[in-house]
Design a protein. Structure first.
Length: 202
């Protein structure tokens, strides 16, 4: 049996959809994103225990905290390579970034080979079904370029800098007119969340 639940983001951005097999979280994606295809039909809606734990994690994260626990999750159809990429993403500290090339070099070193394709790593990152929890938003292109997000950078209409300023205004308790972010702009929002993570660490 599959279960689903919709999490309403506290700041008015695209809602987040969860899916579970009844024990572990199997998908966490933004409503309206291309990742919605990861959801299977016929799921039963309801706040089962794993969803309750995930809601608690998201509440803490969106309030600007770094949660000290991780809800149980399972990536279905996981290959050894995708698992190695997910493991590398989970090592990225809160508020920091690594590049696809960094992950490729780390995996190559562990496998005892000279080189690993950064493009292959990018493909695995893009297929991450557990958004935010597995922090794919902390992986950037060489030189810090913002590539590979689910919504597509070409769809980000306002530029991450402006959203970052608004997010930082919010973090300082000041109101900001950013509460109606469209679904295709969600990836820009995650980048701004990362900037907010960095600010919280200072």
């Amino acid at each position: 049996m599959k279960y689903t639940y919709t999490y309403q983001t506290p700041e008015g951005f695209s809602d987040i959809l969860m899916q579970s097999d009844g024990e572990a979280l199997t998908a966490l994606v933004f409503e309206g994103s291309r990742d919605i295809k990861k959801f299977s039909g016929g799921a039963k809606e309801g706040l089962i225990p794993i969803f309750g734990e995930t809601v608690k994690w998201l509440d803490e994260y969106f309030s600007g905290k770094n949660p000290d626990f991780t809800p149980k999750y399972k990536i279905e159809g996981l290959t050894l390579f995708r698992k190695s990429v997910a493991d590398e993403m989970n090592k990225i500290p809160y508020g920091e970034t690594v590049t696809y090339a960094d992950i490729a070099r780390s995996i190559a070193k562990k496998r005892g080979i000279l080189k690993m394709s950064s493009q292959a790593v990018g493909g695995a990152v893009a297929r991450n079904p557990i958004a935010i929890l597995i922090p794919c938003h902390r992986v950037v292109g060489t030189g810090g370029s913002l590539t590979g997000f689910g919504g597509g950078l070409k769809n980000i209409g306002m530029g991450c800098g402006s959203w970052a300023v608004k997010m930082e205004q919010h973090a300082g308790g000041k109101p900001g007119p950013y509460t109606h972010l469209r679904a295709h702009e969600t990836d820009c929002y995650l980048v701004c969340r990362l900037l907010l993570e960095k600010k919280k660490k200072k």
